[in-house]
Design a protein around this ligand. Sequence first.
Ligand SMILES: Nc1ncnc2c1ncn2[C@@H]1O[C@H](COP(=O)(O)OP(=O)(O)OP(=O)(O)O)[C@@H](O)[C@H]1O
Ligand SMILES: [Zn+2]
Length: 637
Amino acid sequence: MNNINAWINGRWTIPALSGLLILASFTASKGYGAATAGDLLMVAAAIVAGLPVVRNAIRALAVRHISIDLLVSIAAIGALIIGEYWEAAAVTFLFAIGHALESATLNKTRAALAELIAVAPDTAIVMRKGEQVEIPAASVAMGEVVLVKNGAKVPVDGEVIAGTGALDEASITGESIPVEKSKGDHVFAGTISRGGFLQVLATGIGADTTLARIIHRVEDAQDAKARTQKFIDKFSSWYTPAIVVLALLAGLISGSVVLGLTLLVVACPGALVISIPVSIVAGIGRSARDGILIKGGEFLETAAKIDVVAVDKTGTLTKGRPQLTDVVALAPGVEKNQALAWAARAEAGSEHPLARPILEAAEKAGIPVAALPEHIEPVIGKGITARVDGKRVLIGNLGLLEQFGVADTVGADRVAHELATQGRTPMIVAVDDQVLGVIAVADEIRRDAAAMVAALHKAGVKKVVMLTGDVKPVADAVAAATGIDEVHAGLLPEDKLDIVARLQRAGHVVAMVGDGVNDAPALATADVGVAMGAAGSAVAVETADIALMGDDLLKLPEAISLARRTLANIRQNIVIALVTVGLLLAGVLMGGVTMAAGMLFHEGSVLIVIANAMRLLRRKTPARANLPGPLRQEIRR
Ligand SMILES: Nc1ncnc2c1ncn2[C@@H]1O[C@H](COP(=O)(O)OP(=O)(O)OP(=O)(O)O)[C@@H](O)[C@H]1O
Ligand SMILES: [Zn+2]
């Protein structure tokens, strides 16, 4: 019974019913003197298939929108009035079939979304009163402990509190090589255990998981109308009336109503109207499956035009885990460990990535850094100032010393410069008005950084620019190792913004890749703001124009290539649509194309456009496949 109901409401009901009536009409006409019965059946076929079209046309008119359905309605009703029953039935029948096929194939371009929803977990095993209970994934509470066994899906976002295991995170990052997880690591709902056993503390449930946010974004993208889409809307608002006038004129001049009605049918811009949305939906769906989240059609189009990519250094080109390399004591009578101790006690209150290696080194040297400084203040882009044991401690670059009027009497500037030319980031330590020494750290360059720059160039990006707050020699060393085209060093956050704005004024479409608060203004100014390793950050997923879920730098060139292919796909679709309409119009005016044939070709062009867009869904070999084997392994880790 349910099946019958589904069929009655299904997309194939109307075409099937109308088709049967047409067949019956043909059989009836063969009988003697049954011509009227045949005609009646044909009219019935036209009405069955035509009523929904007329209803849609009227609905659209009510909101002052002239739709394709209106053209088809006028043509079919006109054909009925002049007694061309077969033409009326054929046009509406073919239109109905076309629509059924359209919605069936369109559903395929939405398959990416369906696939994402399919990875959503159904059940969870939680510990309740010391016992394992299986419950629906949706009823896990925040703070509950979930067990993830081999082969099971992780039901929530959370933190591993015990056990070890490997998770396939492909549904989030697009990378299917399992990632090892142990105590303290974050895990995501929708990822799959490939071994081991994990106890996970639920920190994100239901709609508050990374997977839910990805699904939400892709859904939004499907509704969003891109700029070119608005152009099409504007286009049809004058195109449709123009066609009605043309058909009227042609009918009046030739004296043939059929000719006028046929013109209406073949001029339907059906393929044109869907040419943009299908490609965008396919492109965004494809990229979501690869762990690339694009905010909407508009950003897909902008991404296709990117010709300058600006990147931040720490954490993007480098691993973002600097290690201490040098401690140079400069003031007379000061030991290395004393300089390190003052620095560590000041940095104990800092969140900056440069603070961690100093604290770790102090701990290793047996320097106690238990207490927080009495007071600490970051000086953005320069360093920090802190109060320790009643003394003012400065740690940072030369600009910091200048700002606080501390004279460099011990040659710290020269030492800092020397360290910097070796690719190490120097930080000068001063207590009260005395410079004690210089501490340096070095960060390892990511193995895939050079490959990313090369792949960006290959994807058509003219210039890759580094924007960093670090000193010039360090920046130059990283640039030389990665093939960066242009270096801007020693920047404050507002300088980063200025450079992005300057590049835009010079006519470039700029993408900015960054992390951290420092980069936020530049990210917002850039045409496309890109967040890396966004899976763990709800804010990044919500705010970035392009969020790369994993930590794979090569996803950026991949995203740009995909955007370019999508834009090319849209252009092909528009050409297919316009050429079909042009040829059919010529065919009708020169004679030979009937109303039914016109509709057949019209629907054919719609299906070709959809099929073309679906090519985007096919998986392209990722840029990574071109790398030598060992490097490929390295990146996957
Ligand atoms: N907590 C700190 N301790 C010591 N020095 C610091 C600290 N914070 C900033 N500095 C100094 O200020 C400079 C710029 O720091 P900033 O955080 O602005 O870098 P950034 O712009 O994020 O650089 P990158 O592009 O490498 O990420 C650093 O290179 C360092 O010399
Ligand atoms: Zn930074």
